[in-house]
Unconditional design. Sequence first.
Lengths: 429, 117
Amino acid sequence: MEYLASDKIGIVDLGTGEIAEEELDDDLVLEKIGGAGITKALYDRFADEDPIVLGTGLLTGSLVPGSALGVITARSPLTGKVSHVPLNLDAGIELKYSGFDYIVIKGASDKPVYLWVHDGIADLNDADDLWGKDTWAATDDIRDLMGDDLIQILGIGEAGEKGAELAQICINYWQSGDRFGFGTLFGKKKLKLVAIRGMGLLEIAEPEDFVEDCAGLLSAVRSGSNIGKKGIAAVAATLGEEDIEDWLKPLTHKQMACFNTPVPTNTFVFLDEDPARLEETPVQEPGFLLTDIHPLLIFKKMGMGAADACSALKACAKYGIDAAAVAELSEKGNLSTLEAIQNALPDLKGAASSSGDTVFSQWAGIGNPEKDEWLRRQAVAYIFGIHPVFIRMAPELTEEKLLDLASLGTDLELTAETLDEVVADIIKE
Amino acid sequence: MGLKIDALTCTACMACELACGYHRDDAFALLSSCIMPYRAKERQNYVGVMLKEEDSLIAARPEGLEINRIGEEQDPDKEADASAKPMLLREACDLCEDIDEGPLCIRFCPVNAISME
């Protein structure tokens, strides 16, 4: 695969410690396009070895608006389905430029390890010193060790290490869209984290035409009615949820975007610093990046203040547990204070609806979208690598347009019929 | 004439950085860009934008603009981040002089944080 790809699949065997490499064959792209289409195919190929597959979309990390998305595909211990977790923020782009298009992690290690992916190299390393640390400390340790603060960490905290069923793979210090208990899978494999840095280069088959089309698409998107919404609350309100912007406003420091996503869908709140502060703060942990609206909505409904609700999310991220499930179970269990929720984290169990009933994370399912239409739209987002919240806000990103761009960028003839087949394959479980 | 950057409007999406990298390499890459959002202070959420010009390294910080003349002695008390890319080694901004529509970073910034002045 010559264009928009690194042409490499890594196959990591945690049981033996061996790492193999394969080329990304054009035929696989012609058949499965990319993103969840190929992670699902790789999952099926290695299904007997309990794989977790990381990958990026065909358009991830490009100038296509919203091209932030990577994906983790595995069988959810919560739903039993082969499911897809979104990799947003900068995790998708760093994976795209890491020198690997896809990474299969199979088997299990008998001792704690971490996987370091960079410059087309994947290394397994001893994680004895990281095991037992929360996601924040582990992220700091790896970045300090490598001397690079831009390394992206897909890691687990204590929840995953202990096999908690609601354990989440976090992205750096923050909550991810893992509503499927994939953190439990990392823990069972003794995989503390995957560290990723992308400094590669992606060739484009028809660069001038591709970039010109991207500029035209961005222009069309910017003419849409949803552009101009900023932050987690405004985006959620636009998509039909309760508007909690005023509730968060006293804490709001800045609205933050995922890679090349025109609508900033995240909000950074300051909990131990003046939110209006412009200079760099000396406070080491001034606040938290809000990436998931659902737990906030529940905590607010329970009567919690915004500061306590955000602090509860921070505690969940450090512990490495799905905050949406925690919020739901807290509501059911009448745990309505920050202290009660924090104290309950190690023993929290029970069925939560946050994992949903489809193969895509409910994380992006804001405002109760129409089910069948939304299922297909998500599949398209996960195949091409488009931010799933943004794609709902940008109808200008049509399937036809994304196929055209993918064909232009790769010099492969990708058809609507192929897309239909790949979508059907992904969503059938 | 040069670029004007509003760090308070910037959402750190990196579209400018990728567009600039494309201008340099005719491919998608980040390492040759002369403009980049500063995202090394993730826990503190301290975000600005760095720009390499012919004679200066511009740091558009939330609290204001900092212009460092290349070659002049810097404040020895300021500690550089380990992850800071070697911006000084990169080509200076040429305002995409070969592109009729003007600088690609302006064209691809989705929130109008970059303009000409």
